[in-house]
Design a protein around this ligand. Structure first.
Ligand SMILES: Nc1nc2c(c(=O)[nH]1)N[C@H]1C(S)=C(S)[C@@H](COP(=O)(O)OP(=O)(O)OC[C@H]3O[C@@H](n4cnc5c(=O)[nH]c(N)nc54)[C@H](O)[C@@H]3O)O[C@H]1N2
Ligand SMILES: Nc1nc2c(c(=O)[nH]1)N[C@H]1C(S)=C(S)[C@@H](COP(=O)(O)OP(=O)(O)OC[C@H]3O[C@@H](n4cnc5c(=O)[nH]c(N)nc54)[C@H](O)[C@@H]3O)O[C@H]1N2
Ligand code: SF4
Ligand SMILES: [Mo]
Length: 741
């Protein structure tokens, strides 16, 4: 009998980025638990982390490329798969032009250093303006608001939860989702500690969520009304003389413009629209202003709605006007050890952000951070003319289930001349591909989070080596992406990915380090691929050894060595204004003109009557968007894809608990099981997204047993926040009828 070995690995499944302790014997995972010594998560874990074993062992997970021949997928070698792409993609591009090939990337890539650092190389090789991602189903409004205010899209103000006295949460359920745009493992424990020291947690949500259940106060709000509540709170601060800028007073411009723009939004004016009494709005505001240290946090419920960017902005306006921006116990900015643009270049000033450098061909939607809204993808494929999309590369994304009007997108994908998917499953989206190229199991890859240390509740640097060896001959996804870029550039499928990487690294070093490039190339020669980029980023980063000039500083070797002891703790977040700013003015832009202008849209909409019933989303701790329903350990237990609504709505509509109902939004219809619960605000139904695994041609045996209903088959792909291009995924009017068997 061989020995059990213990490994430490950061979980790549959600933004909490928990440190795991994994036992392995004879090449098999025998146990997964939280790593108590982890500097960020201190032993916290959720059931999905344990399911990494099931993901690794899932017989449906793809281990070899698939090529579709005469409508049927066949397993092929990697060489055959790349040859097929070389045969079809470059000629298509030559005939129809570079914009005819689109690329779209999804959520898991945010957790994969190989995909994050090499995706851009493929996108650049393609040279297409048709770049899409799940960001426009998610956090683009927050990225845009943060970029406009602070100068970079990952300069996001994070609640200093371990020191605050008051936390106001809107449209987020971190007890279940484990935090988003805020890496905060064990929110429950941190919220408990906040309350134990006399602090207060307040939740604003149309559903009495798991987070609301552990809060001091919870207020229902009508979906889509947060912009009105937040504007009224800002107005109340001005009306009652509660505005205090605190330590950032010298670095904030635009206070008067904000005062003017919120004028129409008195608590009385917004109360009916919000479903929150005017007095309650005043109390919420006074409590926020009176707390010695307070933070406002808002997430997907406030982003995936008509006023996503305005909501995201007003949250930070509240943080700023209550003196909580950039102060301990308020909201602070992380200082990441690697890859953070807000630690590079000249401190305190920068280029800022701009949008609309090009526009979507059909809808005219503006580009934001180089992307077009993913809700434009279907129409860009369907609509003939110059620049029509004829080929698509998908990377770790399942928009047929995750994006609104998935059925329309599925039909559009069938029209493509060619489609390649980098994915680990044959699922609702990848079934449309001609070639599927599978990534490795997370246990076979090394890990370092590129994005989430920029969003973490505490600064840190953690690296995990692979837990298990990758099977021989299987490329890592960064190698696959490099290979595809070579094919696109016409260099052929035979090119050696490692040699290509070496050449590209030398070029990048030249660009970044000029006369020191050769020294950097030599100093990092022991690493390759994303590990080499990480070594450069760490050493030249704010805690780095600056290639020997600060010998006590970080190197990749030091971060690697800290893996068994839970990584390197870089301390609590610290005030960073003005150094963190990258706006052209060098100031916090409290009143970006595009946001002020969009407030007129909100003002005009103030009196719109509420529909009788609207639908919103819901997350469950055993799910992860659309792709973990195939793992038995997570799929077991009660049915999760239920349509929850308030008893009064159920009575009015003649619905009984457990019955099937037909949900409709115009011509779009789905069937879901009803669950009656007074946790719902009257007039609001909640249904999780990511379900609907009953489509033909997939290879998801467990998920297909209980497919659930696809919420996104009910939603319209034409509704978006005009500034960020983000999809509207909640607050959509629906009708419901009982189905009588
Ligand atoms: N109605 C509604 N819709 C929503 C939301 C909502 O709240 N309501 N939420 C939105 C949000 S926040 C998001 S982020 C999106 C998510 O939407 P997507 O970004 O499309 O993500 P998933 O649906 O989770 O699909 C992930 C895909 O990645 C694949 N995958 C997993 N691991 C790997 C890997 O290591 N390599 C590769 N190549 N592939 C991998 C999976 O098999 C799956 O196909 O959904 C959005 N959709
Ligand atoms: N278990 C699990 N964890 C996940 C995921 C998952 O699918 N499952 N997905 C991950 C991803 S990709 C993301 S982006 C994060 C998202 O993380 P969160 O933002 O915390 O997402 P949710 O849990 O959906 O919480 C959103 C809340 O907004 C509420 N809401 C809906 N509409 C409105 C509205 O108009 N106003 C207000 N105030 N509230 C509203 C909903 O009732 C819900 O409670 O979660 C991540 N973590
Ligand atoms: S909360 Fe769960 S899924 Fe998220 S990182 Fe931690 S263990 Fe993984
Ligand atoms: Mo997300």
């Amino acid at each position: 009998m061989s020995d059990t070995t213990t490994h430490h690995r950061i979980c790549p499944l959600c933004e909490a980025c928990c440190g795991l302790e994994i036992q392995v014997r004879d090449g098999w995972v025998t146990g997964i638990r939280g790593h108590d010594a982890d500097v960020l998560s201190a032993g916290y874990i959720c059931p999905k982390g344990v399911a990494l074993k099931d993901l690794h062992e899932d017989p449906d997970r793809l281990r070899a490329p698939l090529v579709k021949r005469d409508g049927v997928f066949e397993e092929v070698t990697w060489d055959e798969a790349f040859a097929e792409i070389e045969r079809r993609l470059p000629s298509l591009r030559a005939t129809h032009g570079r914009h005819a090939v689109a690329i779209t990337v999804g959520n898991p890539s945010a957790h994969k250093i190989g995909l994050l650092t090499y995706f851009g190389k493929l996108a650049r090789a393609l040279g297409t303006r048709n770049v899409f991602s799940a960001s426009t189903l998610d956090q683009m409004p927050k990225q845009l608001a943060s970029g406009l205010m602070f100068g970079h899209w990952l300069t996001v103000a994070l609640p200093d939860i371990s020191r605050t006295d008051h936390l106001l949460v809107l449209g987020a359920n971190p007890l279940v989702s484990n935090g988003s745009m805020w890496t905060v493992p064990d929110f429950r424990g941190k919220a408990k500690a906040l309350r134990a020291r006399g602090g207060k947690l307040v939740v604003i949500d149309p559903r009495r969520t798991e987070t609301a259940a552990v809060a001091d106060a919870h207020h229902f709000i009508r979906p889509n009304a947060d912009v009105f509540l937040l504007a009224a709170m800002v107005r109340t601060l001005f009306d009652e003389g509660l505005v205090r800028l605190g330590s950032v007073a010298d670095w904030v411009v635009g206070v008067d413009a904000v005062r003017e723009v919120v004028a129409p939004f008195t608590p009385e004016a917004v109360a009916p629209r919000c479903g929150i009494a005017a007095d309650t709005i005043r109390t919420l505001t006074r409590e926020l202003a009176a707390a010695p240290r307070a933070a406002v946090y808002a997430r997907i419920g406030t982003c995936t709605q008509e006023y996503g960017t305005l909501c995201s902005w007003l949250v930070d306006v509240l943080n700023t006007l209550t003196g909580n921006l950039d102060r301990e116990g308020g909201v602070l900015f992380a200082k990441s050890a690697a890859f953070a643009s807000n630690t590079a270049g000249k401190p305190g000033i920068g280029k800022g952000v701009s949008t609309g450098r090009h526009h979507a061909r059909v809808s005219g939607a503006p580009e934001v951070y180089g992307e077009l809204p993913v809700t434009c993808l279907a129409e860009e494929i369907e609509t003939p003319g110059e620049g029509q999309i004829r080929a698509l590369i998908t990377v770790a994304t399942n928009p047929v289930l995750s994006a609104p009007d998935g059925p329309r997108l599925a039909r559009a994908l069938e029209q493509l001349d060619f489609m390649v998917s980098l994915d680990i499953y044959l699922n609702e989206t990848t079934r449309h591909a001609d070639v599927i190229l599978p990534g490795l199991s997370p246990l076979e890859e090394f890990h370092y989070d590129v994005a989430f240390p920029q969003l973490s509740w505490r600064n840190h640097a953690r690296y995990s080596p692979p837990v298990l060896p990758a099977p021989p001959g299987r490329p890592a996804e960064w190698q696959t992406l490099l290979k595809l870029s070579a094919i696109v550039r016409g260099e052929g499928a035979a090119v050696d990915a490692d040699a290509l990487d070496e050449a590209e690294f030398a070029q990048d070093a030249e660009r970044l380090f000029g006369p020191h490039a050769d020294a950097v190339v030599a100093a990092t020669a022991t690493y390759r691929g994303p590990e080499r980029l990480l070594e450069v980023a760490l050493r030249s980063g704010p805690y780095g050894d600056q290639f020997g000039r600060k010998p006590e500083g970080l190197t990749l070797a030091k971060v690697m060595a800290a893996n068994p002891t839970g990584g390197i703790d870089l301390g609590p977040l610290q005030p960073r204004i003005p150094e963190v700013l990258r706006t052209p003015s060098g100031q916090v832009e409290l009143a970006p003109p595009s946001l002020l202008a969009d407030m007129a849209r909100a003002a005009a909409d103030l009196a719109r009557p509420a529909p009788e019933l609207v639908v919103i989303g819901r997350r469950d701790v055993r799910t992860n968007n659309s792709w973990m329903h195939n793992l038995p350990v997570l799929a077991k237990g009660p049915l999760r894809c239920t349509a929850r609504l308030h008893p009064a709505d159920a009575a009015r509509l003649g619905l009984r608990d457990g019955t099937l109902a037909r949900l409709a939004n115009g011509p779009r219809q789905i069937t879901a099981q009803v669950q009656i619960s007074d946790e719902m605000m009257p007039g609001v139904m909640s249904l999780p997204h990511g379900w609907g695994h009953d489509l033909p041609g997939t290879r998801l045996h467990v998920a297909a047993e209980r497919p659930g209903a696809n919420l996104n088959a009910l939603l319209d792909d034409q509704q978006r926040d005009p500034l960020s291009g983000n999809a509207v995924l909640g607050g959509v009017a629906v009708t419901v009828h009982a189905l009588h068997e």
